[in-house]
Ligand binder design. Structure first.
Ligand code: TXA
Ligand code: MG
Length: 348
């Protein structure tokens, strides 16, 4: 299927969801059933040059990449993920000079952050030039930019003469993938190729920031801790809002979620409240009960917990438990972002 031109008004015309399921597309013969995993950067680049979409590694989570300047490629990303058009995509490049080709300005307060944390798990919202299609930003004036700190992603980006739009490579709303195998499990059949760059070292998505006047606002907690940002530029505002349909920067209340119901709280208490049910436990550092369980970090290390969080949620989601119960981490460092993901995974 080829995309005709999609303008900003079409977001409203199409409504919330891009409704072609992966299964429907098999049936209609639009997509072949074969998805390959490999390490051939040249092959991935070739597919991307032909407006194809490819699973790519980054240090945070795996992305589902396509040419950010090509509406057909971007449309294919939305379809493969079943993602609503109101949820915009991050544009990935290999250096700051590249980013500056696609924006009208870089606010001075963002410079120190960009210089220190790019490449890295930081995404910045910047006023875009018209080169970036409306479809990428859901019609918003700012586009999101990120430089992934992953050697395979950087080599791929350097070999292309266009940036890559890449959301996390999971069906909309589900847990993000932190390995090529995770991508295959969910998007196998819907995409031709997954570039394998090993397990993600950070494990949760990038931290998203932007300016509102002179104030630096954090719109999504993520793999770059607030303390690290504040050490560079002083106090920042965390706009940790969530809604069913965000009008500004995307912060969906229910997200990153397993299929099973999940509850976050005091595990001993929750085990008592749910006796008689099969329970899987996702804990920070110690084991509870005798059912399926996943320990995030026996050493109580929040970075390790972030790295293992999504794999743990997937593993427990695949058990025969009725319910997953989980506990929050102490709020410091990446603990805060892990708690944010747990909260959204548990929201219904
Ligand atoms: O670490 C990451 O950021 C990963 C890797 C693949 O780079 N990407 C990722 O993309 O998490 P995604 O699409 O799953 O989440 C991007 C978030 C969404 O909540 C979206 O609403 C927000 O970024 N976003 C993207 N562009 C935006 C824009 N122009 N204005 C406001 N929010 C934006
Ligand atoms: Mg995502």
């Amino acid at each position: 299927m080829t995309a005709t031109s999609i303008g900003v008004y079409d977001f409203f015309k199409f409504g919330n969801l891009c409704c072609v399921s992966i299964k429907d597309r098999f049936v209609s013969g639009e997509m072949g059933p074969d998805t390959q995993i490999g390490t051939d950067i040249g092959h991935a680049a070739e597919l991307l040059r032909r407006a194809g979409i490819v699973g790519i590694p980054t240090e945070t989570v795996y992305g589902l990449a396509g040419n950010a300047l090509d509406e057909d490629a971007v449309l294919s990303i939305f379809k493969a993920k079943n993602r609503p058009f109101f949820d915009p995509l991050i544009v990935h490049t290999y250096d700051i000079a590249e980013i500056s080709r696609y924006v009208t300005a870089i606010p001075h307060r963002l410079w120190p952050l960009m210089e220190v944390f790019m490449p890295g798990p930081l995404t910045v919202l910047l006023p875009r030039r018209d080169l970036i299609p409306d479809l990428v930003t859901a019609g918003m004036e700012r586009a999101a930019f990120r430089i992934p700190a992953h050697p395979v992603a950087l080599e791929l980006l350097r070999s292309l003469d266009f940036p890559l739009a890449a959301p996390s490579a999971n069906p909309f709303g589900y847990i993000s993938p932190t390995s090529a195998r995770h991508v295959l499990a969910q998007l196998g059949g819907a995409i031709p190729y997954i570039l394998d760059g090993g397990e993600c070292t950070v494990g949760i998505e990038s931290t998203i920031v932007g300016m509102e006047g002179e104030t630096l606002v954090v719109y999504r907690l993520g793999g770059l801790a607030i303390e690290q940002i504040e050490a560079q530029i002083g106090h920042v505002k965390v706009r940790d809002h969530s809604s069913a349909r965000p009008s500004g920067p995307g912060m969906l209340e229910s997200h990153y979620a397993p299929h099973k119901r999940m509850i976050v709280g005091d595990i001993d208490q929750l085990l008592k409240e749910h006796t008689g049910q099969k329970i899987a436990v996702l804990s920070f550092y110690k084991k509870y009960g005798d059912g399926p369980h996943y320990i995030l970090s026996a050493e109580r290390d929040a970075d390790m917990a972030a790295k293992r969080l999504y794999a743990g949620m997937r593993e427990l989601d695949a058990t025969d438990a009725d319910l997953i119960i989980a506990e929050s981490l102490p709020e410091g460092g990446l603990g805060r972002a892990v708690n944010d993901r747990l909260k959204r995974a548990a929201a219904r």
